[in-house]
Design a protein around this ligand. Sequence first.
Ligand SMILES: Cc1cc2nc3c(=O)[nH]c(=O)nc-3n(C[C@H](O)[C@H](O)[C@H](O)COP(=O)(O)OP(=O)(O)OC[C@H]3O[C@@H](n4cnc5c(N)ncnc54)[C@H](O)[C@@H]3O)c2cc1C
Length: 483
Amino acid sequence: MGKIEADVIVIAAGASGLAAAVAAAESGAKVVAFEKGATTGGTGNMGMGPFGVESRLQRLKQMGPTRDEAFQMFMEYTHWRVDAQLVRAYIDKSATTIAWLESLGVEFVEPATYFPGGQFTWHLVKPASGQPGPMSSATMMKILTDKAKELGVKIHLQTPVKRILKSGDRITGVIAEDRSGEPVEASAKAVIVATGGFGDNPEMIKKYTGFKWGDDLFSFRIPGMEGEGIRMAWAAGAAPTDMTMELIYGMPGEWDPRLHETFRQPHLMVNLLGERFMNEAIMPNTTYTGNAIARQKNRSSFLVFDGSIKRHMETVGYDELSVVFPFTKVEDLDALLKDAFAKGYPHVFVAGSLDELAEKTGIDAEGLKATAAEYNGYCASGFDPVFNKDHKLLRPLVEPPFYAARHLPSAYGSLGGIKINHRTEVLNKGWDKIPGLYAAGTDACTIYGDSYVFTLPGNTMGFALNTGRIAGENAAAYAKSQG
Ligand SMILES: Cc1cc2nc3c(=O)[nH]c(=O)nc-3n(C[C@H](O)[C@H](O)[C@H](O)COP(=O)(O)OP(=O)(O)OC[C@H]3O[C@@H](n4cnc5c(N)ncnc54)[C@H](O)[C@@H]3O)c2cc1C
C-alpha cells in the first residue's frame, strides 16, 4: 500500500466515521478512512433513522420539540449529570445535519416517534424500496459513502487500525493492517476515532458494564464492534468515561418478528417470583422496560397471556403497534409456536394450567397464581391499584392454554469510552486536549447518563452523525492550522 499521507485520518467508516469523512473533505481536507469491515456503514446500516429537531420536515408539520425544549428534556432526564455543552452542540447541529443529508440525496418520511408519549424526533430514512423498515438507514450509509468517494476520500476496506501514533503530545497518524496482515503506516495531522463501541466484545461488556453476554444479556452483536478504537485512544492518553449498554429487552436469540410482536404486547408481566414489577403499558419504551427487567431476579421476566387474549390478538389485533414491523395482529400463533418448538427455541412456553406454566418456566407457582388472581380482580374492576395500568389494557387470564415468553435485557450496543468535549476533541485525564485527536459516535457517547434517551428517538444515530460532522469540521480546521 506504500506510505499514506493525509490531513485527516478517520478510523472507521460507520455512521459517525462517514459523516466525519464527508464533513472533513467538504472543509477542504485530504481524508483517508480505514474501515475494518468489508463494507462501509457499520451498525449505521441496521436502523431506521436519526434524531433531529427543528428540521425542515418538522417545521412543515409544525412538530415539536424546539431545540430549547429538547435540550431541557435531555437535561432533566439525565439530572444534569452529562456534558450540557455537548448535548447542546449535538441538538443545535441536528437540524442542519438533516438538511445536509437531504442535500446529499437522503430522503426522509414524516418524523416519527417510537411509542406513545415519545417525541417526534425520529427521521426515518426512505429506502430505495419505498417504506422505512429495519435497515432502511443503509440507504443513507450508501449515499454518504458515495459522497465521500466523490469528494476524494480514500476508503480502505478490511484494513483495521491497530494503533494511534503520537510524537510528544501530538497525534501524527496511525498504524493499520492490510488484507494480508501487513502493517500500513499512515501519517496525518488529525485522527478521528469512530469505531462504534464494544457491543461485540463480551469481555469488555462484563468488565465495564457488569452484564454477562449470553447469560443475563442478549444484545445485538454487530460484528467488529470490539472496542478497538476506545482502547487505542486510551493508549494514546485519552481519559476513560463511564460505560453502559444501550439497554433494551427482548426474547433472546433469533426469533420470528411476528412472535416477538405477539409477546411484547402489554399483558401480564411477572418475574421469577411470579410478581408484577412494572406497568406493562410502558413496554414500548424498551429502555425503561430493559431497566426494570435488569433489576429482577436473574434479570428474567415473563410475559403471560391466556387463550382468550390469544384469540383477541388473532381477531381484533394488537394493543400496541410497532413502528419497526408492519404487523397489526397475529395470523396464526399456533403455527408460529409449532415452528419455534420444532427449532428448539427455549424461550416460549405453552401450558394447560398456571401450575404447569410455572413448572415449565421456573416461575414460582404460588406467586404466579396469586398474582394472576389479583390481576384478574383488577381486570374485573377496571382499575389497577398497584401500577395504574390503563383499564383498556387489563385483560384477565382465565382460559387455558396459558402462554409465556421469557424476556431478558438486550442492547443495541455499548455507550461511551472516550472523553471528549463539545468540539469532539479528545481529553486526557487532566482534561487537556490531546492535539489532533477527535472521537465521535458510540465510542464517545456519554450523554444519556444511566439510560438511553428513548423519549427523543433516533438518538444514537443522531449523536453519531452529528458528532461525526463536528469532528470532521474541527479536525479539518485543526489540520489546516498546522500548515
Ligand atoms: C438493530 C439496530 C437498529 C438501530 N436503529 C437505530 C435507529 O433507527 N436510530 C438510531 O438513532 N440508532 C439506531 N441504532 C444505533 C445506531 O445504528 C448506532 O448508534 C450508530 O450506527 C453508531 O454509529 P458509530 O459510527 O458510532 O458506529 P458504527 O456505525 O457501528 O460504525 C463503527 C465502524 O467501526 C468499524 N471498526 C471497528 N473497529 C475498527 C478498527 N479497529 N479499524 C477500523 N474500523 C473499525 C466497524 O467495522 C464499523 O464499520 C440501531 C442499532 C441496531 C443494532
